[in-house]
Design a protein around this ligand. Structure first.
Ligand code: G3I
Length: 511
C-alpha cells in the first residue's frame, strides 16, 4: 500500500469545512494564469503574518555572489552560523575579536535584516582556555565574555541565544565548564549578564529536540518556569528544529510551542532544516516538504511564535553532510540554488503562491466522495466526487487526475463512462476506465477523472461531479468490497480516492 505523499493537513486559520461547502455554489473554475510568479519573498509573506523569515549564514559563504543575492533578498533576518561563537570572539582570554561577526552584521544592515546573535554560552566551540580554568574563575570569565560581546553588538543584535543546548536528551543538565562550576545557576547568571549589557535585546535559551513534547522539552519547560518565577530576564525559547525525515515529525509541536507561549515567552524556530538519508527520492522529498510545511503552520498557529530561521537556505552550505555522513539535501534550495518543493510548501503555508509562477500548490487538493448508488449489486457504479483546494493559492487542474478503484467482477472488460452533471460543466471533465497495473482485490480497475483545464481558487471546490459507469455488456457489479466505495450519502473526505498532479500522488492512499 502506498501512503499519502503530499496530503495537506487543514491548517489553523484555514477555511472551516462549512465555509468551503458554502463556497461551492459561488466558486468556478477560472481560466488564465493562476497567479503572478513568486509574489513576495519568504520574509515578506512572513511579515504579512507578523513574523520574520530568516536564514543562518557564515563568513566563507558571503563572497558567493549568487548565494548572497538570495540571502539578502529572500530573508529578513540572519544568524551567523559560527562567527559569534566563543572560539571566534574570544580565542584568547580577554582578547576579543568581533571582525567576523561584524561582517555578518554589516551584511544585515546593508540588506535591512535583523540579526540573531548566536551564541554566548555553549559547551561546544569553546576555546581551550575556558575548559582549563579553575572552577572558581569560570563565572567571572563567562560574565566578562557575555558583557563584552553583548555590549559590542548592542543595538545591532535584536535577539540573543544566550544559553545554547543546556540539556541532555533525557532532560538532565548537560555537563559543561559552566555547569561544573556553577550548577544550573549558570543559566540565570548568564541571562542577567546579557540583560545588563543590552537591556533591549530579546534573550533566549536555545536547544534542539525540544520542538515536540518529551523529556527534554519538559525539562526546558520546568527550567524556564523556574526562571520566570525568580524574575530572571528571559524573553523566549529557541527551538532549533534540526529535523530528519527518518525520525518522524516532533510530537505535538504546535501544542508544545503553545505551552511555552502561555508562560508569556516568545517562541522562535531558530535553526530549521530537514535532512534525509541520501540519495533523495520522491518519498523522502515529500516527507521533507510536509515537515517544512508543518513547522511553518505550527509557528503561524501560535501567536507568540515570532519567526522561523532556516539553518542556511541551500544544500551547498549545509552543516549536515559534515556531521551526518550519508545524509543531506536538508535545505530549502538545492546546490544549484534552485528552490525545492519545500520552498513552495513554506510559501503556500505562509499564505503566498508557490513561487513557481504556475500550477499553484496541488498538495493542497483533497478529494471528497459520496455514493449516489442505492444498489451495490446492480449494473452501474455511480460515484459522486469533488475536489477541494484547502490552500491559499489557486491550483491549476490541467494535469490533475482522480482515481476511484473498483472490482470488475465477471462479464465484459470494456466500459462506458458518463458525467451526468457537475456545476463546472461536464464538458470540462474527462473520464475513462483503466485496468490497474497491479490488480488487487476490490481494485482491479479504476475510474479516472481529469479536467480540461482551468484553476481552482483558494478555498474553492469543484462542486460535485456526478459520475457513472457500466460494463458494455451491462453485467452486474458487486460494489460492497470495492476499494473506493463507501456508503455515505453526504460528501466527506475520502482517503481511498487518490488525486495526482503531474502523475504524483498528492492526496489519498493507493490500494
Ligand atoms: O574554520 C575551520 C577551518 O579552518 C578548518 O579547515 C575546518 C576543518 O574541519 O574546520 C573549520 O571549522 C568548522 C566550522 O564549523 C566552520 O566551518 C568546524 O570544523 C565545524 O565543526 C563547525 O561546524 C559548525 C557546528 O555548529 C559546530 O558544532 C557548523 O558550521 C554550524 O553550522 C553548527 O551550528 C550548530 C549551532 O551552532 C547550534 N545548533 C546545532 C548547529 C548544527 O550543528
Amino acid at each position: 500500500m502506498a501512503l499519502v505523499k503530499r496530503c495537506r493537513p487543514t491548517r489553523a486559520g484555514g477555511l472551516p469545512a462549512l465555509l468551503v461547502g458554502a463556497l461551492a455554489v459561488a466558486t468556478t473554475l477560472t481560466g488564465g494564469p493562476a497567479h503572478a510568479a513568486g509574489q513576495g519573498t519568504l520574509h515578506e509573506l512572513a511579515a504579512a503574518q507578523g513574523r520574520y523569515f530568516g536564514s543562518a549564514t557564515d563568513n566563507p559563504e558571503l563572497p558567493d555572489a549568487a548565494y548572497a543575492a538570495t540571502l539578502g533578498s529572500e530573508f529578513g533576518q540572519i544568524t551567523p552560523g559560527n562567527s559569534m561563537k566563543w572560539d571566534t570572539t574570544e580565542p584568547v582570554r580577554g582578547q576579543f575579536d568581533f571582525t567576523k561577526g561584524d561582517v555578518v552584521t554589516d551584511f544585515a544592515r546593508q540588506h535591512g535584516q535583523t540579526v540573531r546573535g548566536h551564541t554566548l554560552v555553549w559547551h561546544n566551540q569553546l576555546p581551550g582556555w575556558v575548559g582549563a580554568l579553575p572552577s572558581a574563575q569560570v563565572e567571572a570569565a563567562m560574565t566578562h565574555h557575555i558583557t563584552e560581546e553583548a555590549t559590542h553588538y548592542r543595538g545591532v543584535v535584536s535577539a540573543w541565544d544566550v544559553v545554547n543546548e543546556p540539556f541532555n536528551e533525557d532532560g538532565t543538565f548537560r555537563t559543561s565548564p559552566f555547569y561544573t562550576a556553577m550548577g544550573s545557576d549558570y543559566i540565570a547568571t548568564a541571562l542577567r549578564a546579557a540583560h545588563a549589557a543590552d537591556p533591549d535585546a530579546k534573550l533566549y535559551i536555545n536547544d534542539y529536540n525540544v520542538e515536540g513534547r518529551g523529556a527534554k522539552s519538559d525539562a526546558l519547560y520546568a527550567l524556564v518556569s523556574d526562571l520566570i518565577d525568580k524574575g530572571v530576564p528571559l524573553d523566549g525559547v529557541g527551538m532549533q528544529a534540526h529535523l530528519a525525515v527518518q525520525y518522524g515529525f516532533p510530537y505535538q509541536m504546535q501544542a508544545n510551542m503553545q505551552r511555552f507561549a502561555d508562560l508569556g515567552l516568545d517562541v522562535a524556530v531558530t535553526e530549521l532544516d530537514v535532512r534525509m538519508p541520501l540519495p533523495a527520492d520522491a518519498a523522502k522529498t515529500a516527507t521533507q516538504t510536509a515537515y517544512y510545511r508543518q513547522v511553518t503552520e505550527a509557528c503561524l498557529a501560535v501567536a507568540r511564535c515570532v519567526g522561523i530561521t532556516v539553518w542556511d537556505y541551500t544544500d551547498t552550505y549545509s552543516w549536515v553532510p559534515g556531521t551526518f555522513p550519508g545524509e543531506g539535501a536538508a535545505n530549502l534550495y538545492d546546490e544549484n540554488l534552485r528552490p525545492k518543493a519545500a520552498y513552495s510548501a513554506v510559501r503556500t503555508a505562509l499564505g503566498g503562491d508557490d513561487g513557481s509562477g504556475e500550477g499553484g500548490d496541488p498538495g493542497a487538493l483533497k478529494a471528497q466522495y459520496r455514493s449516489s448508488d442505492a444498489s451495490v449489486g446492480d449494473n452501474q457504479i455511480k460515484p459522486g466526487l469533488q475536489l477541494v483546494n484547502t490552500g491559499g493559492t489557486a491550483v491549476s487542474l490541467s494535469d490533475v487526475t482522480v482515481r476511484y478503484w473498483f472490482s470488475s467482477e465477471n462479464g465484459a472488460s470494456t466500459y462506458s463512462t458518463w458525467c451526468d452533471w457537475t456545476p463546472i460543466g461536464c464538458s470540462n471533465v474527462t473520464h475513462r476506465v483503466a485496468a490497474a497495473s497491479t490488480p488487487k482485490a476490490g481494485a482491479d480497475h479504476y475510474l479516472e477523472v481529469g479536467f480540461a483545464g482551468g484553476t481552482l481558487a483558494p478555498g474553492a471546490t469543484t462542486g460535485e461531479i456526478q459520475l457513472r459507469l457500466n460494463k458494455t455488456d451491462w453485467s452486474n457489479f458487486n460494489e460492497s468490497d470495492d476499494y473506493s466505495h463507501g456508503a455515505g450519502t453526504s460528501y466527506a473526505d475520502a482517503s481511498r480516492i487518490a488525486v495526482y498532479a503531474g502523475g504524483e500522488l498528492v492526496w489519498g492512499i493507493e490500494p
